[in-house]
Design a protein around this ligand. Structure first.
Ligand code: ADP
Ligand code: MG
Length: 321
């Protein structure tokens, strides 16, 4: 397939929409801007062999590319709207590109995001998605904004993706139950669920927010630094899925919960007097929420030890460390 056939095919898959006067096909797209809103823009790249294995299911790769970007907009409390796709691939093999687009466009459509343009070039597989969203002016959630005494909360469960990554390459269990557990973990790594509804519901409630992509302590550390505070976490409260609890025991499980990346849950702070809102938030966002600690004076992330003392927490993933 040539570049222009590919672009024509792609354009044919994207329905027109009133807020996009001009989409794929011109030198640039035109987007209508809602009055009273700010645009929220994020970009993320997946590199073959670095962020996903070369033999990964192309539909999973498409899903993940959309998910990691949607997760960044979720963390800002933004409503995702438009996307730009920069594709670098060794060839436009329909056997790979079609299922990749299926995975990508399905998740974008599920969140009412329209693909409005992009770029297609030949080279080592590198997939970049830019997402544009919208938030009422001044209402975006940020890493800065937490106050001393705020509760630290996290959505869903942690460590599943890291556990799946650690198990990659080991034989798949034969037994039905064990196999199901393994598949559940693999799904969390390959097809993460961005917490878009939670981000929206947190507007006006949460004081700071970040998505957990590099590991809880690393990401919470960003909230602490940006807010000029310390975070104290009780590791015993970190939410583990049943699948994670089934496949690994402590201390390995603790490690995955505290430092595992790629979960794409939201970690946010909540003023203590709004704790009663948590149950309603969880119901609205269709995801469990857990209080795992609190913000206080000082700096860095600290772990509460069983004897009540505090220890500095380790760091998460850093591409250049
Ligand atoms: P130009 O050379 O002017 O940059 P292109 O030939 O690269 O234009 O692209 C033609 C049209 O197709 C543009 O509207 C562009 O946004 C769109 N397009 C190209 N590649 C992609 C892609 N991978 N995904 C979405 N739209 C794309
Ligand atoms: Mg041009």
């Amino acid at each position: 397939m040539g570049e222009f056939d590919f672009i024509a095919r792609l354009a044919g898959r994207v329905p027109a929409r009133a807020d996009v006067p001009l989409g794929i096909g011109d030198d640039a797209a035109l987007l209508a801007i809602e009055p009273g809103c700010q645009q929220v823009v994020a970009v993320d790249t997946l590199v073959a062999g670095v962020h996903f294995p070369l033999d990964a299911e192309p539909a999973d790769v498409g899903h993940k590319l959309a998910a990691v970007n949607l997760s960044d907009l979720a963390a800002m409390g933004a409503e995702p709207r438009h996307a730009l796709l920069a594709l670098t691939l060794p060839s436009l093999d329909p056997g790979w590109v079609d299922p990749f687009l299926n995975g990508l466009l399905a998740l974008l459509a599920a969140h009412q995001v329209m693909l409005v343009g992009g770029d297609t070039t030949r080279g080592p597989a590198t997939l970049t998605l830019t997402l544009i969203g919208s938030v009422p002016a001044g209402q975006a959630l940020r890493r800065a904004g937490a106050s001393a005494g705020d509760l630290v909360c996290v959505s869903g469960s942690l460590g599943d993706a890291a556990a799946a990554l650690a198990l990659r390459g080991t034989p798949r269990p034969e037994d039905g139950e064990a196999r199901l557990v393994r598949e559940r973990l693999d799904q969390r790594l390959a097809r993460p669920t961005p917490r878009v509804a939670l981000g929206l519901a947190l507007r006006g409630l949460g004081s700071a927010c970040i998505d957990v992509s590099d590991g809880l302590y690393a990401d919470l550390g960003h909230i602490a630094r940006a807010s000029g505070l310390a975070a104290v976490v009780d590791p015993a409260r970190l939410p583990a899925s049943r699948a994670l609890t089934t496949v690994i025991g402590d201390p390995a499980r603790r490690q995955r919960l505290q430092g595992g990346g790629d979960d794409y849950e939201l970690c946010f702070t909540l003023p203590r007097d709004r704790e009663a809102a948590l149950a309603e938030l969880a119901r609205k966002a269709h995801v469990p929420l857990t209080v795992i600690g609190e913000m206080g004076p000082g700096e860095g992330v600290h772990r509460l030890e069983p004897d009540g003392s505090l220890r500095p927490a380790g760091r998460g993933w850093d591409h250049f460390a």
